[in-house]
Design a protein around this ligand. Structure first.
Ligand code: NI
Length: 177
């Protein structure tokens, strides 16, 4: 296992559509996930997409902390070749921060209720409904696969802020993903 370098805004891989994975069970993807888990833990994030570690494939990992979901949360999940379907037109605004845009956070509108579908490392279909923070983290991570950073989803750039100031002045903690 290894802590990988995280690509930051300006790296072209973050602006490209990632390639679909043909064989999810290829052992190299399991090895990549182990390195991504270590990298995410080292950086203190809640989600990470393969392009963020300079691998341009459709693979993301994320977890849903129980304190953000109001229930037991979701242990670390792997999602390969994901698709998202909104189940409602409703969106909600919430702060997001990204390991590829270190130090900053901003308010992003996201669908509040989605279904997502992808594959796990054995090639089995993973299909879930998600709301709230769970829906938000999945939309943020999948955006990395379509070459989008959260800043390009913001509708009001005046909410862009430093995470440490949000925490210090407003008491708002925003996880990086
Ligand atoms: Ni991110």
């Amino acid at each position: 296992m290894a802590v990988l370098t995280i690509a930051k805004m300006g790296h072209p891989i973050l602006a490209r559509i990632a390639d679909p994975i043909e064989d999810p069970a290829d052992p190299r993807w399991a090895a990549l996930v182990e390195d991504m888990k270590e990298t995410m833990a080292d950086a203190g994030g809640v989600g990470l997409a393969a392009p963020q570690v300079e691998i341009g494939v459709q693979l993301v990992i994320f977890s849903v902390p129980s304190e953000r979901s109001g229930d037991d949360g979701l242990p670390l999940s792997v999602l390969i070749n994901p698709e998202i379907t909104p189940l409602s037109e409703e969106t909600a605004e919430g702060y997001e921060a990204c390991l590829s845009v270190p130090g900053l956070a901003g308010i992003v509108p996201r669908w509040t209720h989605i279904r997502y579908r992808g594959l796990d490392l054995t090639g089995q279909v993973v299909e879930r409904e998600a709301r709230g923070f769970h829906a938000r983290v999945v939309q943020h991570e999948c955006d990395h696969l379509w070459g989008r950073l959260y800043i390009s989803r913001m509708t009001d750039l005046s909410s862009l802020a430093y995470r440490d100031e949000l925490a210090r002045v407003a008491g708002v903690a925003v996880e990086e993903e």
